[in-house]
Write a protein that binds this ligand. Sequence first.
Ligand SMILES: N[C@@H](CCC(=O)N[C@@H](CS)C(=O)NCC(=O)O)C(=O)O
Length: 235
Amino acid sequence: MSKLIRLHYAPDNASGIVRLALEELGLPYETVLVDRSQNAQQSTVFRKLNPAAKIPALETPDGTMFETAAILLWLADTSGRLAPPVTGPERTSFLSWLFYASNTLHANLRMTFYPQKYVGDMRAPQKALLSGARANVLEGLRLFESNAATGQLWFNNPDNLSVLDLYLCPMLRWMALYPKQDTDWFALKDWPNLYDLAKRIETRPSVHTLCQTEGMAARPFTNPSPPRPFEGVAL
Ligand SMILES: N[C@@H](CCC(=O)N[C@@H](CS)C(=O)NCC(=O)O)C(=O)O
């Protein structure tokens, strides 16, 4: 993979997950800020990269990609790292959890961040959505917490970093920070296996680079504080 990779990002957005994978793989890449203060993710120009108008998008030598999990899987498969081999017994479980992280955990988290995008501006439907979405997030946390204890080869395994580890940790951070006035429901310490995972992953140089480039303080997963990005706005 020698030609240019370009990550369209915003600070503390899902693009950070892709940045972690790029850093872990040591791939050269450029970044382009998507200015969320201007809703640039909804612009005609950005929609050419991601018709779903969401961050991230990744330009690759093989074409432009969107959807975090798809990008992670492509990076892992084309580099032969951070995921089990395409054939073999470890793949089935890994894929199931990766898609669960994306389709259920991430999707429900989104509803808690932007309820108005799903049900409009009325308080009552927003409250109902929030409560359902949060119940789903809690169920996801329960499942990942017990999965993290089972000694899987490609999740929470110090000998085998995976894109699933990289996906989970920023989501744990977001739960503690967003939406700003409503984070009391979540404490990472209540999920000891996920806490250990986050603690281990946040010592990696890739996370240090993420913090440096996107204005986050040290220990971004176990002791998160709001980012102070040098450019652009956060989630
Ligand atoms: N399913 C998408 C979700 C990405 C997503 O939620 N991105 C957020 C930033 S973290 C975003 O673009 N938010 C702005 C918006 O929805 O307009 C993925 O996995 O990439």
